[in-house]
Design a protein around this ligand. Structure first.
Ligand code: AMP
Length: 198
């Protein structure tokens, strides 16, 4: 069974953590553009040099570059039977790019998981992560910028996917296990089941 999934939520919604948990249980790779960009910056590659300042300011990396990175990643063998995208697409232009790429492979997204967390809760989670992990884009000013970009550019993609009937809205408040269980239940209701444990 293939599962082609996308998880969407504002910064601090826990989408990264839940994305990995859900991807693991479905046996598909979790593909996070934020993680790929941070790894490129840490590794000092040409891509890293191109995106470093953009990420530090909490702005969006240009669509053309982001879509190219994602398409290369989705073309690897381990994504042939499914994947979970985290953080891409992040605006309407990227939705178009992804649509065209998936259509060229005769594929489409099976489900879009919208993780909903009240603003106060996501800000307090981000502030805590800043203290624990020291991410340079977790300062108060940059967090505000990232949340504003989410509202303005990313939230509208959910309307497009809702019109296609693929969005599941998930309450993102609770324990990690509770939230994962909600996601798995929503996917099961769509007929997407996890491979049997071996
Ligand atoms: P994230 O870990 O998803 O919060 O991403 C961290 C940062 O990477 C973002 O604030 C952007 O600067 C950049 N980024 C991640 N995904 C994208 C994307 N799909 N389009 C543009 N920039 C992105």
């Amino acid at each position: 069974m293939t599962a082609r999934l996308l998880i969407v939520g504002p910064q601090g919604s826990g989408k990264g953590t839940q994305g990995v948990r859900v991807a693991d249980s479905f046996g598909v790779p979790a593909i996070s553009t934020g993680d790929m960009f941070r790894a490129a910056v840490a590794g000092g590659s040409e891509l890293g040099t191109q995106v470093r300042e953009i990420i530090q300011a909490g702005n969006l990396v240009p669509d053309q570059l982001t879509s190219k990175v994602v398409q290369e990643r989705l073309s690897q063998d381990d994504a042939a039977q499914g994947f979970l995208l985290d953080g891409y697409p992040r605006n309407l232009g990227q939705v178009e790019d992804l649509d065209a790429f998936l259509a060229s492979r005769d594929e489409q997204l099976d489900a879009v998981l919208e993780l909903v967390v009240p603003r106060d809760e996501s800000i307090s989670r981000l502030t805590r992560r800043a203290q624990e992990q020291g991410r340079t884009d977790d300062t108060e000013e940059v967090i505000a910028n990232r949340l504003a970009i989410y509202e303005r550019e990313t939230a509208p993609i959910l309307e497009v996917y809702s019109a296609r009937g693929v969005v599941d809205t998930i309450d993102g408040v609770g324990t990690l296990d509770e939230i994962t269980d909600r996601i798995v239940a929503a996917l099961q209701a769509r007929g997407l089941t996890r491979p049997a444990a071996v």
